[in-house]
Design a binder for this molecule. Structure first.
Ligand code: UDP
Length: 245
C-alpha cells in the first residue's frame, strides 16, 4: 500500500505514471468504477477557497494523482515520497493508448464545438483501433444535461474524459457520478485542445526544467491571475509544515 500524501487536506496517491495506468486499466477491465483527478497546485488551492470542491476532492473522488511540479514538491517537502508527476495530459494519452490495445470504448466530452471530434480523429490516427464512441462539446445549459448523460450512457463508453476545465469538470462528474455508466471518469482540462493541435504544450526541456507554468503564462497571459495561486500554494504548504512540527 502507498502512503497517501495529505497536501492541504487533499489525499494524493503517489503512484508513478505506469502504476496509475496499470491500476486504472485493471479497474476498467474489472468494471470497477473510478473517478480520477490529476491535482496540480492550482486545483489544490482552488479547493482551499471552495468547500464544495474540497469535499469532492477529499471524499467523492476515488483517486487523486500528483500533477505538476508544485504538487510533487509539496508532497516531498511535507515528508512523503512522491516519485514523479502524473500530468493529466500525459495520463490521458497513455489511457487512450491502452484503450486502443484493450478494445475499451471511450467518450470525449468538452471543449469548443468540433474540438472533441478533432481530438478523436487525431487519437485514431495515433492509435489505430481506438474506439471513440461519442463526442459532445462542453458548452450547454442545465436543461441539456439529461440528454448529455443519456448520450454518454447509450454510447457504451467505458471511459469518460471530461474537458470542461477545473473545477467545473470535477463538479459535473461528482454530481452525475451515480447516473453515468462509464467506469472511469476523469477531468482533463484543455487536453482536447492540445491533442487537436489547437494549443501547444511546453517543449520537453521546459517540462523537465519545471517551467511548464512559465510557457503557459507566455502563451496565455490571461492566466496570470490564476497563476498567483502558485506562490500562495508554496506559502500555504510551508505554513502547514510549520504547524506539523
Ligand atoms: N470548457 C468547456 N466548457 C466550459 C468552459 C470551458 O468545454 O464551460 C473547455 C474549454 O474549451 C477548454 C477547457 O474547457 O478546452 C479548459 O481548458 P484549460 O486549459 O483552461 O483547463 P484547466 O487548466 O482549467 O484544467
Amino acid at each position: 500500500m502507498k502512503v497517501i500524501a495529505i497536501i492541504l487536506g487533499i489525499p494524493v496517491v503517489p503512484y508513478t505514471m505506469e502504476e496509475a495506468v496499470t491500476k486504472l486499466i485493471e479497474d476498467v477491465l474489472k468494471k470497477k468504477r473510478s473517478f480520477v483527478v490529476t491535482a496540480n497546485a492550482e486545483i489544490i488551492m482552488m479547493a482551499q477557497d471552495d468547500p464544495e470542491y474540497k469535499i469532492i476532492l477529499s471524499q467523492t473522488a476515488d483517486l487523486i494523482l500528483p500533477d505538476g511540479a508544485g504538487t510533487v514538491w509539496a508532497g516531498n517537502y511535507l515528508g512523503y515520497v512522491i516519485p514523479e508527476r502524473v500530468a493529466g495530459y500525459d495520463l490521458y494519452l497513455r489511457l487512450l493508448e491502452e484503450a486502443a490495445d484493450n478494445d475499451i470504448p471511450v467518450y470525449f466530452f468538452g471543449g469548443k464545438p468540433g474540438i472533441a471530434e478533432e481530438a478523436a480523429e487525431e487519437g485514431r490516427r495515433r492509435w489505430p483501433g481506438l474506439k471513440v464512441v461519442g463526442c459532445r462539446n462542453g458548452y450547454f445549459s442545465a436543461e441539456e444535461e439529461p440528454e448529455i448523460i443519456d448520450g454518454i450512457n447509450r454510447s457504451g463508453a467505458a471511459m469518460l474524459f471530461a474537458a470542461l476545465g477545473a473545477p467545473k469538470q470535477e463538479k459535473w462528474l461528482a454530481k452525475y457520478k451515480e447516473k453515468l455508466k462509464p467506469c472511469l471518469l476523469m477531468g482533463i482540462g484543455g487536453s482536447f485542445d492540445v491533442l487537436a493541435g489547437k494549443v501547444q504544450r511546453a517543449p520537453k526541456w521546459m517540462q523537465d526544467a519545471r517551467l511548464e507554468w512559465f510557457f503557459r503564462l507566455i502563451k496565455q497571459p490571461s492566466r496570470f491571475g490564476r497563476m498567483l495561486a502558485l506562490p500562495k500554494f508554496v506559502f500555504a504548504v510551508r505554513r502547514e509544515k510549520g504547524m506539523k512540527k
